[in-house]
Structures are given as structure tokens and as C-alpha cells.
Ligand binder design. Sequence first.
Ligand code: SF4
Length: 203
Amino acid sequence: MLITEIFWSIQGEGLRTGMASIFLRLSGCSLKCSNCDTKNSWQNGIYKDVYEIISEIDEYGKRYPESQVVITGGEPLEQDLTDVVKYLKSKNYFISIETNGVNFQDLEIDWWTISPKDVKDYYINENLFKRISEIKLIVNENLNIDIIKKIRKISSNFPIFLQPDFYDKNNYKNTFSLFQKCQENDIKDIRLGIQVHKIFNIK
Ligand code: SF4
């Protein structure tokens, strides 16, 4: 598999914010969003086989035993995750994934964070509908209330996070306005999100 990095930190976004996490950041993403904050993962990365990956993760796991594993990218579902997920499960890790929602693989993953993108008209693969644990939407000029309503129609079983671009302070006001609009339109379970790891100035 092509890997950008494996590291230990906290989950900085969404409902599982603040949890100790081992990140497996895979390389490559075909969407190339202009506001992508992990552009370093667009490169080819380093090839590692599943055993190398698991042993690196296990080193962190022994040191920080409460950690979940977060599979992210780049776009992790552009590489076959079958083996790595199988091995992580055999070692009883809680596995989260963060995906743009375009692709699908039938995997035994515990927590699905879907972050649909404007470059794909906020498309979410239908096979993911029953698995969504949370939705994360980055607020920009293309995100509007109709898109949020459409996503809410999939199900009311998961929260939808509205998240500003951390470094764009002007965007915070727009994020709050959109949040307020959602409340006025009675769209259920909308949350405001922020990237906590950036406040701590960590990865
Ligand atoms: S989908 Fe995610 S990883 Fe891919 S380019 Fe967009 S923001 Fe970056």
C-alpha cells in the first residue's frame, strides 16, 4: 500500500474529538480539492506491505493502548483496505475511517466519517448510506442549505458537522450563519465543528 505517514495524535474533528488515535494516512486522492489541507498526501508516498503497517501501528498501540486507529488520506478508499482492516480487527482495534464518500468497500469498520466534496457535487455513494456515523461538511461558497437538506434526507441517524476552514477567520461567520439557518429550518442534528488539533498546534 502507498502510505504518507503513520503517527499518533488525537482525533481533532467530529464526535470522537479528543480521543487518542493512531493515524494511518494513505497516499493519493483523485479529487484534488483546492482547499485540501493534506495536499502532501497527493504524492505517491512510500510503499509498505500490510505487515509493516500493522507492526508500526502496534508499536503505538503498545505505548498508547487506549488508541483507536483512524484510516485517512488522501482518500483511503482508493486503495484496497481488505487486508489491513482484517488484521487490525484481529487485534481488536476500534477502526475509524475518513473518506470523501465517493467510493465504497465492504469493510468491518466501526466508525465511518463521510466528508462529501463540492467538486463532486456532494455525492455520497449509496452503499455508504447505512454505515454513516457522521458527516463532515467544510463550509465554503458552494455549500448551501439545500445540499444540507438533501444529505439529511438520507437518514436522521447521524450528526452533520459544519466546519470552517481553520485558517480562514472570515469563514467562521459564514459557518455560524449557515448553522443558524439550519436551526431556523428545523434540520435536525446539525453541529458546529472545529479542528481541535490545529488549536493545539499538533498533527
Ligand atoms: S477529498 Fe479530501 S484528501 Fe482528497 S483532495 Fe479533497 S480534501 Fe484532499
